[in-house]
Design a protein around this ligand. Structure first.
Ligand code: ADP
Ligand code: MG
Length: 347
């Protein structure tokens, strides 16, 4: 008898596992425009597209309630989901929220969570239209689904990039990761000495970027006003490197970005210095910034340059799947995805 080889999930990684499990799926519905592989699935409703995206957040894996207030968690859970809708250049309309709740949570604690959910719904004009609630054996489990709509001519897929297009990024990168590092450091110091009072003053910017991310709907509006339709677009949840590679792979081309053009806030640089870390590493691989990464035609250079809070960091190239980071000296290195991977051994 031949033994069937049992593989660990770690061998495939998160994206490899998704590819492996879903590779045999064939689309049966004419209305399924885009299935697995983008920030959201796209359903063709004839006169417009509907987008749908879902996220799962687990206590101890995606969030730590030691330093995450439940109101912030509720807000962030919605925002992270909406960010995927915005990354399709779509407008979010409805969400559903499902919870698995262990016995340690009080009604008051869950009310706090919903305060955050409601605040985000108000702010971004979406309706909470359903969900599911169950007991969980341990910890809190949060699953959100967001629905949105896009005009057919405005939809931005990961596959929409063309060679020579400019690569733009909103805001600055790496801040959320440094916020997380600070919270983890203070948590560990507190665990080692319960008398220790966490010292979080002076870190407001990076902490806020981690605990209370904001989707870049403002930039989408500015692009619309300037008459720019992005080619490809993705939100930066796993780090710039990983997202650039997604765009390259989906579009079947390559890219080159210049390290000195990658936007990093001074607060992020200062925090990185404390950890003796290269700020660029946080920007490339940190994740959770929820900024937008997108491409625009070369001819839109003047228009995008005029939009505040946008950086042009490089351009798409003909080279299939090759993502290059070009240094000051002109030397280039190949970018690798080292984004968040729950199945990697070091996590
Ligand atoms: P994001 O980081 O933007 O939330 P993911 O990396 O989680 O996206 O997912 C990548 C793609 O794989 C998406 O199209 C998503 O819908 C799909 N996907 C993720 N997990 C599964 C699964 N278990 N079964 C089917 N599709 C999945
Ligand atoms: Mg995404």
């Amino acid at each position: 008898m031949t033994e069937k080889k049992i593989r660990t999930i770690e061998e495939l990684g998160e994206f490899g596992l998704i590819d492996h499990l879903t590779s045999g799926i064939s689309i049966k519905q004419e209305s399924t425009h885009t299935g697995i592989g983008d920030d959201a699935a796209v359903i063709d409703h004839g006169t417009y597209y509907q987008v749908v995206t879902t996220d799962l957040l687990l206590e101890g894996v995606h969030f730590d309630l030691v330093y995450t207030p439940l109101k912030h968690l509720g807000y962030k859970a919605v925002v992270v989901n909406l960010s995927d809708v915005y990354a399709m250049n779509a407008a979010p309309r409805q969400i559903t929220v499902s919870l698995g709740i262990s016995g340690k949570f009080s009604v008051e604690a869950l009310e706090e969570f919903y305060e955050g959910v409601n605040l985000a719904c108000e702010r971004f004009g979406v309706d909470l239209v359903g969900g599911d609630t169950s007991a969980s054996v341990t910890g809190l489990l949060v699953s959100l689904t967001a629905l949105g709509t896009a005009k057919k001519e405005e939809l931005a897929l990961r596959s929409g990039a063309k060679a020579k297009q400019l690569i733009c990024v909103t805001g600055d990168l790496g801040a959320a990761y440094m916020g997380l590092k600070i919270l983890e450091r203070e948590k560990q110091l507190h665990a080692a000495d319960p008398e220790f009072q966490p010292e979080l003053q002076g870190y407001d910017y990076v902490l806020e970027r981690f605990l209370k991310p904001e989707p870049r709907v403002d930039v989408l509006l500015a692009l619309k006003e300037a008459g720019i339709t992005p080619g490809a677009m993705i939100d930066i949840s796993d780090g710039l490197s990983s997202e650039l590679l997604h765009i390259c792979k989906a579009s079947g081309i390559g890219c080159q970005v210049y390290d000195e053009r990658i936007p990093i806030a001074d607060e992020t640089k200062e925090a990185a210095e404390e950890f003796q870390m290269e700020p660029l590493v946080a920007a490339l691989h940190g994740g959770e910034d929820y900024e937008l990464l997108f491409t625009v035609p070369l001819s839109d250079y003047d228009k995008v340059s005029a939009i505040p809070g946008l950086s042009v960091i490089g351009n798409m190239t003909e080279e299939d799947g090759k993502a290059l980071l070009v240094g000051n000296d002109g030397n280039a290195i190949l970018l690798q995805a080292q984004g968040w991977n729950a199945y990697s051994p070091e996590k």
